[in-house]
Every structure is written in structure tokens, then in C-alpha cells.
Design a protein around this ligand. Sequence first.
Ligand SMILES: Nc1ncnc2c1ncn2[C@@H]1O[C@H](COP(=O)(O)OP(=O)(O)O)[C@@H](O)[C@H]1O
Ligand SMILES: [Mg+2]
Length: 230
Amino acid sequence: MNPSLQIMAAQVDPGLFDLPWDTPIAEWPEDIIAALPRGISRHTVRFVYLGERIIAVKEIGERVAYREYEMLRDLGRHDAPAVEPVAIVTGRSTADGEPLSDALVTEHLVFSLPYRAIFGQHQRQDSVRRLIDALSVLMVRLHLLGFYWGDVSLSNTLFRRDAGEFAAYLVDAETGELYPSLTTGKREYDIDVARTNIIGELMDLQAGEILQMDVDAIEVGDTFVQRYNE
Ligand SMILES: Nc1ncnc2c1ncn2[C@@H]1O[C@H](COP(=O)(O)OP(=O)(O)O)[C@@H](O)[C@H]1O
Ligand SMILES: [Mg+2]
């Protein structure tokens, strides 16, 4: 095994050492990969079987991996609805000594769906409203904790069905910052980013014929702001 490989975690699952860290995760063998729906992302993310569990592995730069790991830990301490960090893997390289990206490992959020998967299925008339409601509740909770998200979007959120409604969880904390309390400026900026991203993401679904054209994306964005303020 590569001697500079390091796995940092609060509790290291020994199975983590058996994963093929010396190959890019895009090339990991299919028999360890869990075929579950995944949202769009900049980085490569794969779901991997680890004993009884499923983990999400994201290839990402080192400084960013630490930051996101710590941020998710802090959010977890505050019982925020967010994915749970498991480990950071650094010092990866191929058998030929080519360096590979670090990896952030999180616990796969059981029964969660990315927003695209919700529209891919038999969607209900009010799916959009329920998603927006769930995201606004999540935002309010995070803001009350003093968390500034920085990149709020449907893609950075996971949804779970919860008694006919949806519950939303934060999945991407890369741009997040935690303060003792949030200034009005930061809060408003976050809401504005959310509104813009939601509108763009819904229009994108419509362009891909995944969402009906009669949904008014801008109106939904405005409804989000209204729900948040309520
Ligand atoms: N712990 C997890 N549980 C379930 N899905 C996850 C998890 N981590 C990542 N994903 C999926 O991978 C996608 C991309 O993750 P994200 O952290 O947003 O990557 P990026 O930083 O590249 O945007 C998410 O939208 C989600 O669908
Ligand atoms: Mg993301």
C-alpha cells in the first residue's frame, strides 16, 4: 500500500483501507459501487459499499476537503439536517506514483433523493411546492444556527419523503461559514442566491422536459422567499 496514504476520521472503519484509493474513483470496480440516484456536481461523487453501510466518496482538493469535513462536523454538533462526515483521505497516488485528488467521505443519506430524481418519477402536481417548502424550512434552521450556506441550490440539497411532505438536508457545505449569529446582509445574500439558483434549476428541468412548462419558475423562486420569510 502507498505509504503516504492517510485516512483521517473520528472513528476509522478498517474497511476504508481496503478501498482502491490508488485509482481515480471514476474507475472503481462496479461491484463495490451502489447504483443510487445522484445529483449533478462539479466533483466526481460515487456511492460505495462499506460493509453494511453505503458511503458517498467525493474527490476534491485537500484544503477544501478539510474545510467541508469540519463544517459538516460542526453542523452535526448542532443537530442540523445535513449529511454526516465520515473521513478525509489524503496522500493518494497511483501505482506509478501519479498523485490523485483527496477524498471526502460522507455517510450516504438513506432514502434520500436528489431533486431531479423526484421529478423523474411519477411526480405529483404539488411536488415543486413541497420541495420549496422543505428547502425554506432547511434554510431557516441553518440560518438560526448562524450558518451561511453561500451556494444554496436544489443540487446541494437532498430530499426525503416525510409523511406526504419532503424533508430537506444539506449535502454540500463547501462554501459554508458558521457564525455566532448571521448578519442580515449574509442572510439576504443567501436567500437571493437560493432564489436565483432555484429558478435556474427549474428552467433547466423544463428545458430537459422533466418538468411541465406550465410551472412558472420565477414565481416559484419568489414563493421560496415568501415561505422563508413566513
Ligand atoms: N452523503 C450523501 N448522501 C447522498 N447523496 C450524496 C451524498 N454526498 C453526495 N451526494 C450526491 O452527490 C451530489 C454531489 O455532491 P456535492 O457535495 O454537491 O458535490 P459538488 O461539491 O461537486 O457539488 C449531490 O447532489 C448528491 O446527489
Ligand atoms: Mg454541489
